[in-house]
Write a protein of this length. Structure first.
Length: 265
């Protein structure tokens, strides 16, 4: 407003009008100004326009997706933090146990005591783990004329699932029950006391079972009791053999009962 008045005066002076007419023209321009007509005194800064009411933005709204973030990251972070604090990551176990054959093979073979077992384990989370293992077992039998020794070596990969025990009794939570299943390879070498050339055979094998895992020192050492059944199909499984006087064939699998001592870090 003040700036406009000064400019108007300069324009009127350059027009060389008498001072009386200059005053009348200046008064007319002032009256025509909206600010002057509303009673705003000259030189007073114009009042700012009223602030526009801000509309609520996307993130001002409340919804489950915005409250918990994309993909529920807060819940996942809590689960990861809890697992890093209380969970197991890697394990090394050594075990001793008992292995016996089932079916017709079980009627011929003696039980293997002890059975040696070694495994490496990795935990994905509280419920799932993977393991790689190797075992050694020695069986023997007599076909009525001579004795035989059967040495077995097995390799395998398995997955373990630990049951959720948050709402279970203290005894069940302490026992930490699990089920397991996997696949592998069995190698059998059979020799006789009469010096016959060893007979070797390998085959695919699958196993399944379950067990209990008791903590000895929390997050350091555990004691696991495990029962497994192994299926296999050696070349002599369904064939009539020289031992037909004892059994018609060598069908059957293997049952194992193991006690494993596990180191965890």
């Amino acid at each position: 407003m003040r700036g406009c008045t000064i400019i108007s005066r300069r324009v009127l002076r350059k027009a060389n009008l008498p001072r009386f007419f200059q005053g009348i023209a200046l008064l007319a321009m002032m009256l025509s100004n909206p600010a002057f007509a509303q009673g705003q005194p000259p030189g007073t800064p114009e009042s700012p326009a009223p602030a526009k009411k801000e509309e609520s933005g996307l993130f001002d709204q409340s919804s489950p997706y915005l409250e918990y973030g994309d993909f529920n990251m807060n819940e996942e972070e809590v689960e990861d933090t809890t697992y890093f604090q209380y969970g197991k990551f890697f394990g090394l176990s050594l075990g001793l146990g008992y292995q016996t054959a089932t079916g017709n093979r079980g009627k011929l073979y003696s039980a293997a005591i002890p059975r040696f077992d070694g495994r490496i384990q990795y935990w994905f989370n509280f419920n799932f783990a993977a393991e790689l293992g190797i075992f050694f077992a020695n069986h023997s039998f007599n076909d009525g004329s001579q004795n035989y020794q059967v040495k077995m070596i097995g390799y395998g990969f398995g997955l373990k699932y630990y049951f959720e025990t948050k709402n279970a009794s203290a005894a069940v939570s302490f026992a930490n029950p699990f089920v397991t299943a996997g696949v592998g390879s069995l190698n059998k070498t059979q020799t006789s006391t009469q010096g016959v050339a060893p007979d070797s055979d390998s085959c695919f094998s699958a196993h399944f079972g379950g067990g209990l895992e008791f903590p000895v020192s929390y997050k350091k050492t555990y004691l696991a009791v495990e029962a497994l059944y192994h299926t296999q199909n050696f070349l002599d499984t369904n064939e009539t053999t020289a031992y037909s006087a004892v059994v018609p064939d060598l069908s059957g699998g293997f049952f194992t009962l193991m006690l494993n001592f596990m180191f965890v870090w």
